[in-house]
Design a protein around this ligand. Structure first.
Ligand code: FES
Ligand SMILES: [Fe+2]
Length: 332
């Protein structure tokens, strides 16, 4: 379902937050693969070297401007530009020029802006900050599984025509659970902020094959992109969600759904039904997301949930203070 309304919706007026953002699943990029990635209203080039490590750089070669995602090659762990075969390492330094040995030390150190990359639980993250400030927190991992190793049930992804702030906000929007998802009573929840981490605990009625039952939903959100949501009732499902801005009004949503090992056939059926139900909730939200307007001053009433508290907390991801310039450099 794409956007139906032709009216301006205002999301392109919002800034793109800084943070770690998912840009791929690990298994989508093999050794030697090069990808031009389009996120944050810009592009960067990501490659996996022969050692299995990922590197990311700005797209245009500092020599004469060729696009490093087009007809380039991976040589060892380095990226070779298609135009004159200069090679770059993951620090953005020139490692080889085929027709000269005279390479300035500054070019060897770094002459091509890089992007911090991490891989955690099979997801590739890059750090985005418009002023290129260094990462301020670490990518979160899935919590330990009390019963052993989590079983990956499935992965899903959606492209939604909305600003990325609105996707986690949906979990704070208590009143829509009844209207959109058929959960008859608004969930009762609490929200706590601890550094760059936001915890939400909600008790909600959840659908099971045996009817509605009260379950706990515990969300741990790290930064603006990552949420780990644990559903605890007759079953134990973990939903790892990442929301990544392709641009200010387009968001790439990824889910990896896990459950505990050693389930009985009955528990497995409940688990699979729960996962199907959660997936259908996204499908129910998407037509609304794709057509709603950005409401910076919503007309809220009692029972709407902590939407404004969520936004106030989120505002820090729009606070683009650059890293301080080291004194030795400033004195030059
Ligand atoms: S433009 Fe890249 S090597 Fe010349
Ligand atoms: Fe929803």
């Amino acid at each position: 379902m794409t956007t139906m309304t032709t009216l301006p919706r205002g999301y392109d007026q919002l800034p793109i937050p800084f943070g770690w953002f998912a840009v791929a699943l690990s298994n989508e990029i093999q050794n030697g693969d090069i990808r031009t990635m389009r996120y944050f209203g810009t592009e960067f080039v990501l490659w996996r070297g022969g050692d299995g490590g990922l590197r990311a750089v700005d797209p245009f070669c500092p020599h004469l401007g060729a696009h490093l995602g087009v007809n380039s090659n991976v040589v060892g762990n380095d990226l070779r530009c298609p135009y004159h075969h200069w090679q770059f390492n993951g620090d953005g330094g020139v490692t080889k020029i085929p027709y000269t040995d005279v390479i300035a030390p500054s070019m060897k150190r770094s002459c091509l802006p890089t992007w911090p990359v991490e891989e955690v639980d099979g997801v590739v993250y890059v750090w985005y900050h418009p002023a290129k400030a260094a990462p301020k927190w670490e990518v979160a991992s899935i919590p330990d599984c009390p019963e052993g190793e989590w079983v990956l049930a499935m992965t899903r992804e959606w492209i939604v025509n909305i600003h990325c702030r609105e996707i986690p906000e949906n979990g704070q929007d208590h009143a829509h659970f009844g209207a959109v998802h058929g959960v008859p009573f608004a969930p009762k929840g609490e929200m706590k902020v601890d550094g760059w981490i936001r915890h939400n605990k909600v008790e909600a009625e959840m659908k099971t094959p045996r009817g509605l039952m009260v379950g706990r939903i515990e969300t741990t959100a790290t930064g603006p992109c990552q949420s780990v949501v644990e559903y605890k009732d007759v079953t134990h499902v973990v939903q790892c969600q990442q929301v990544s801005p392709i641009d200010a009004s387009t968001t790439h949503v990824r889910w990896q759904m896990y459950y505990a090992p050693g389930l009985s056939d009955g528990q497995l059926r409940v688990t699979q039904a729960r996962i199907r139900d959660l997936l259908s909730q996204v499908d129910q939200d998407i037509p609304i997301w794709n057509n709603k307007q950005s409401m910076e001053k919503p007309m809220l009433v009692q029972g709407d949930g902590p939407i404004l508290a969520y936004r106030r907390n989120y505002d820090r991801y729009f606070d683009f203070v650059p890293d301080p310039v080291p004194e030795a450099v400033a004195a030059e």
